[in-house]
Design a protein around this ligand. Sequence first.
Ligand SMILES: C[S@@+](CC[C@H](N)C(=O)[O-])C[C@H]1O[C@@H](n2cnc3c(N)ncnc32)[C@H](O)[C@@H]1O
Length: 214
Amino acid sequence: MDSHAGRMDAIYRTQRHFYDLTRKYYLLGRDGLIRALAPPPGGTVLEIGCGTGRNLIAAARAWPEARLYGIDISEAMLETARAKVARAGLSGRITLAQGDATGFDAAALFGVATFDRVFQSYTLSMIPDWQGAIREGTAKLAPGGELAVVDFGQQERLPGWWRTLLFAWLAKFEVAPRALLPEALREVAANAGLRAEITPHYRGFAWSGRLLHG
Ligand SMILES: C[S@@+](CC[C@H](N)C(=O)[O-])C[C@H]1O[C@@H](n2cnc3c(N)ncnc32)[C@H](O)[C@@H]1O
């Protein structure tokens, strides 16, 4: 296990038991991302950094014809995700595997190499090589596929003291909001022949980004 995986396990070994209850108040924008996924009928959806499986379960319910896949670097999180998916009766539609967002072999893990929709929710702010993770997610898109991202913004329309307190608190959990996220998404999009759409939410609390065709 590399040190990043070990640190993620250390952070989430206990937190995973109350993660969904607490995060629902501040991991904003996740449900909007799921509503906008719109995979093609019978299509495939991959969440990179799926955590407890909360988003995959919501996506499976929102898009009942889709087949869903999730990777996470933390085995502790995956243990919780597997149990939640089984309790939701969705083990037949959601497949989970351990993998690193910056480099993983989807064909070996899932028997599926590329996906119609790939998303990363509040994960890039925890990955040291987050630009590499955007590139890797984009490389996993099937023809016509789209990438969606939601993460902390720069709190640009909120008071300075709020930003200072929030960022200091997030740093305790190895979370660093990425100021250059819009630029990085635009660069990856341009290299992949895609269009980037970046939207701030809640006065910059969160940012969402989509890499689309056309
Ligand atoms: C803040 S949680 C978000 C979980 C979920 N996406 C959500 O929206 O609730 C971040 C997740 O990213 C995972 N993660 C961190 N670094 C990763 C990496 N390099 N590869 C895959 N997953 C990673 C963590 O283990 C954790 O489950």
